[in-house]
Design a protein around this ligand. Structure first.
Ligand code: PLP
Length: 394
């Protein structure tokens, strides 16, 4: 007898994936150039040349036993050292190899971190709109998600709106900036205010509240905007990072958990992350991917294409009357449905071969998430269809 809940989780595809699959069928039917697919966040910019060169060097090595072999579960020491050195050089955070646990991307990093913190009754504060998998992960590790409703004015952090959601069971809050799905980068003042609140609440509650910083979009920022390094603002921060987006390596499955020394119970927490990963079936992150990031963790992404897409789509849509906060990071835009519910609008858009998932699964009905990691040509071509669409609701 199988566990019904898991059967359902596997059988029920997320709406975004459904839309993506629909897009594939539609493209086969009417030609890819006639489908405006804004559904998923698969990087459209190729991995930087440095990555390709590192890949070739690694493939050409004679030491194939090493490059295809197991590494330590925590990651190869040379890789952890390179990651820690890079973090320390960029943020002056004093990171050491011992603080880095190399994972198969951000998703397993989050899962291991959430499980590591999960005492009985643990609550995790999640800010809407959120990456939908957070809820799945929290539930899977035995925790409870406590959702703070969205602030649709600016989609920034507002501590007065978050404060009522703390209880004696709060273990952690999850922060994702630059944000999927809004593209918002939280301001330093907002994060400082959150750090103050977390210190106050930890004191009141009598145990440390952790901040889980989910940062796969850290380097994808525009207009010279800075992404504050949260461990420098709040000691009890654990960073979950991934190169899926920054180096366009989503299929290579590589990322890490950074547990700083300053974090409460740092050594135990690091061991708990390692133990949780082990209990979830982690053996080691793919060895070739590890050696690539060892050589390339200092490489910055080429954000020009995403920047052009963002500007063209934002300008085009807002001129027509769509509304959206200006995204300073990641490769998403969160557009308000100009008529009907977001689901109705998404269905209407489908009739014009525009694929835009509603914000409902991100905990924010009434909005649509547009991935701008697509070809510029598609964006330009889609604008006529977007105009027809908004006019159909007038
Ligand atoms: N967190 C956020 C906010 C994401 O958008 C994603 C992927 O889209 C992930 C985590 C998972 O990333 P990874 O591919 O590294 O597992």
């Amino acid at each position: 007898m199988l566990v019904n809940e898991m059967v359902q989780l596997g059988a029920k595809r997320a709406y975004i994936r459904e839309l993506f699959e629909y897009g594939l069928r539609k493209k086969a039917e009417i030609g890819a150039e006639n489908v405006f697919d804004f559904s998923i966040g698969n990087p459209s910019v190729p991995a930087p040349d440095e990555v390709q060169e590192a890949y070739k060097r690694i493939a050409a090595t004679e030491n194939t036993v090493k490059v295809h072999g197991y590494t330590s579960a925590t990651g190869a020491m040379s890789v952890r050292e390179a990651i820690a050195r890079n973090l320390d050089e960029r943020f002056g955070c004093g990171a050491r190899a011992q603080n880095i646990f190399v994972t198969c991307g951000a998703a397993p990093a989050l899962m291991a971190t959430m499980k590591a913190m999960c005492v009985p009754g643990a609550e995790y504060i999640v800010l809407a709109p959120y990456f939908p998998e957070y809820l799945t992960f929290i539930h899977a590790v035995g925790g409870t998600s406590v959702i703070v409703p969205p602030n649709t004015v600016d989609f920034d952090l507002h501590v007065d709106e978050i404060e009522p959601y703390f209880t004696e069971h709060t273990q952690a809050i999850i922060i994702n900036s630059p944000n999927n799905p809004t593209g918002v980068v939280y301001r330093k003042e907002s994060l400082e205010a959150l750090a103050d609140l977390l210190r106050k609440k930890s004191e009141e509650i009598g145990h440390p509240i952790y901040l889980i910083a989910d940062e796969p979009y850290r380097e994808l920022v525009f207009d010279g905007v800075q992404v504050p390094f949260i461990p420098n603002l709040y000691d009890n921060t654990v960073v979950c990072y991934s190169w899926s987006k920054s180096l366009s390596l989503p299929g290579e499955r590589i990322g890490y958990v950074y547990v700083p020394d300053a974090c409460a119970d740092s050594v135990d927490l690091f061991n708990a992350v390692a133990g949780s990963a082990r209990a979830l079936g982690h053996i080691c992150a793919p060895a070739t991917s590890q050696y690539i990031v060892e050589q390339c963790c200092g490489v910055m992404p080429n954000i020009q294409a995403y920047d052009e897409n963002r500007k063209t789509l934002y300008q085009g849509l807002t001129e027509m009357g769509y509304t959206c906060v200006y995204p300073h990071g990641a490769f998403y835009m969160f557009v308000k449905a100009p008529f009907g519910t977001a689901m109705e609008f998404s269905e209407k858009a489908k009739e014009l071969n525009i694929l835009v998932p509603p914000g409902d699964s991100f905990g924010c009905p009434g909005y649509l998430r547009l991935s701008t990691c697509v070809s510029h040509e598609m964006i330009v071509k889609s604008l006529t269809a977007f105009r027809t669409l908004i006019e159909s609701g007038r």
